[in-house]
Ligand binder design. Structure first.
Ligand code: ZN
Length: 587
């Protein structure tokens, strides 16, 4: 006898319905016999009119008959098998639910079955129980965070780092990588590899413009012929068909910096036709070439002409010369949005960026042709003078030698020192010392202290600015972005609200990057869920010690599986390589 679904009787008073369903479901009679018994009892009650017995029987019969009918009708319609007490895999009880929509927190239970969220509400009222329950009293329950700009490509493919633990501990359950125009030649193969070996978070790839351009044109500053442009377009198309979510560029970096806007537009059109987005580390965030505002205008133009949503990665006003331009940057973006260009941005909550000494100081003309050519120019005494002079200007743009901290280098002695200190130790000017490091050891990673808090805060308050880490070796942002934003900007400074911070770290990113069924706590969505303690959630990584895991994430669930359980990593590799479902808009 199949059990009856309690909520198939919604119009009955709940207590009565529960009582009857219990009796019915525990009855071992067949349905036909049950029906017969009821009718006999009913007849008996009329014939003998025993007052008390009759009343009881009538009451019982009148309740159970329609119930039997319900069961029979339901049976004829081949109902799904449903239980009186619905059994789930995981129930998170009594949490403060911040669901990603931006709405106020509410107390609610969240139920998970398989890889999906199947319930958000009052589990007791809905008669739910689960194989595992988590008491989230006093804790925040939120959608897993989504990071739209990471450099996790290497980690995810590496069997020692595939868990992506630095991100899981921040509550990040999905990362996008292949940003800055730097990705892999074979998108499909990488996604398959991740699926086969297992990864700790979900991961999304972008097609890298730099990767594609270098393949066709090398490290030169050459402009593509019509045929070469077609080759590049075919590579973008192939990447999209293999599952890339869009195309990324890093127009600040050589050799991408040699591409004209028109070339980028042509390739972006290919991504747009397949439903992809455009993500960019802009040509300039400072005053190196076209300036911060010029670069925002270029990005908007690409969006308008290629008809593609455009995303400004790690938006910032880099360097004293452009401090304050966050205001005009936001105005430009808002104006473009009003005109129909879907422009958005992301940001990490730190006042230092992370890059290489070479990218920060060496002018792009000196990098044409790659490292071999750069070394020749350094060794040429006349070119060297011009190089040093321009590097001096760039150092000023960055805020001086004191503002560059070496975070990664082959010469380990340099790590943790400011360029100013290295220069005085070597009795050289800072740019001479920098050039020497580039020439002899292949360069170094730097934290470049170049942002003003006013600009950081102004960008952060914007509805269309997501959270992204841009995580790289040696910079604390890889280990602390999302938890630092909560600790510093939500709880300490109270600059933004918790629902706003959560939304801009989850649902907004999912919506904007067209990642289906993630980013919200909603029935039917994938069960990427985090549970954290507001009192303790925090980053721990610093510029001095950049690789320290965040704290405060009590539970992190990826596709329904616990990756972090009571603060500790479970060893689960529950992430998936996500693929864009390409819908060709071409005819
Ligand atoms: Zn970047």
């Amino acid at each position: 006898m199949p059990p009856i679904l309690l909520n198939s009787l919604p119009e009955w008073p709940e207590k009565v319905a529960r009582f009857c369903v219990r009796i019915y479901n525990r009855c071992t009679l067949s349905r036909a016999n049950f029906k017969l018994l009821i009718s006999i009892l009913r007849r008996f009650s009329f014939r003998f009119a025993v007052p008390l017995g009759a009343l009881t029987l009538i009451a019982f019969a009148s309740l159970t008959l329609p119930l039997t009918r319900v069961a029979l009708t339901a049976d004829r319609q081949q109902p799904p098998v449903v239980l009186t007490e619905q059994q789930l895999d995981l129930l998170i009880l009594h949490g403060k639910l911040v669901d990603g929509s931006g709405k106020k927190p509410r107390t609610a239970d969240v139920g998970i079955r398989g890889d999906r969220i199947v319930f958000a509400g009052d589990a007791r009222k809905a008669h739910l129980n689960a194989a595992r329950t988590i008491d989230a009293t006093g804790l925040v329950v939120a959608p897993g965070f989504i990071d739209p700009h990471t450099h996790t490509l290497g980690d995810l493919s590496d069997s020692n780092h595939q868990s992506n633990l630095a991100y899981l501990m921040q509550g990040v359950t999905t990362v996008i990588t292949g940003n800055d125009g730097s990705s892999v030649a074979n998108i499909g193969e990488t996604l398959r590899k991740w699926d086969a070996q297992g990864i700790g978070t979900n991961a999304i790839l972008l097609a890298g413009f730099g990767t594609i351009r270098s393949r066709i044109l090398g490290a030169t500053d050459a402009q593509p012929s019509a045929a070469q442009l077609e080759e590049m377009k075919a590579l973008v198309a192939r990447a999209m068909d293999e599952g890339a979510f869009g195309m990324s560029t890093g127009l600040y970096y050589a050799p991408q910096s040699y591409a004209k806007t028109e070339e980028v537009i042509e390739l972006s059109k290919v991504a747009a036709a397949k439903g992809g987005v455009y993500d960019t580390h802009m040509r300039d965030e400072n005053s190196y070439s076209i300036g911060l505002l010029g670069a925002i205008k270029e990005t908007i133009r690409i969006g308008r002409e290629a008809k593609i949503p455009v995303h400004i990665s790690h938006i910032k006003a880099l360097g004293p010369e452009v401090w304050g331009q966050s205001k005009q940057s936001i105005e430009l973006m808002k104006k473009a949005r009003a005109e129909g260009v879907d422009v958005a941005a992301c940001q990490y909550p730190y006042d230092a960026s992370g890059t290489s000494l070479e990218a920060a100081l060496v002018p792009r003309w000196a990098e044409v042709g790659g490292r071999g050519e750069l070394l020749k120019r350094i060794d040429d005494s006349t070119v060297r003078l011009r190089l040093l002079a321009e590097m001096q200007d760039n150092l000023k743009r960055r805020g001086g030698a004191e503002s560059l901290l070496i975070t990664d280098a082959r010469d380990r002695q340099l790590i943790g020192k400011r360029l100013s200190v290295i220069a005085s130790e070597r009795k050289q000017s800072p740019v001479e010392a920098a050039l020497e490091i580039i020439r002899t050891t292949g360069g170094a990673g730097v934290a470049s202290f170049n942002m003003s808090e006013k600009d950081i805060e102004r960008f952060m308050k914007e509805k269309l600015v997501m959270t992204c880490s841009d995580g790289s070796t040696g910079h604390p942002r890889k280990y602390g972005t999302f938890t630092r934003k909560l600790r510093e900007y939500v709880y300490h400074r109270r600059l933004i609200s918790l629902p706003f911070a959560v939304r801009n770290s989850s649902a907004l990113t999912a919506e904007w990057f067209r990642i289906p069924e993630r980013g919200l706590i909603r029935e039917g969505y994938f069960a990427d869920v985090i549970v954290f303690d507001e009192k303790t959630v925090s980053d721990r990584a610093t510029y001095e010690q950049a690789e320290v895991l965040s704290v405060g994430m009590k539970y992190v669930i990826v596709n329904g599986k616990l990756a972090i359980d009571n603060g500790s990593y479970t060893g689960a590799l529950a992430g998936r390589a996500l693929r864009k479902q390409v819908q060709n808009r071409e005819r």
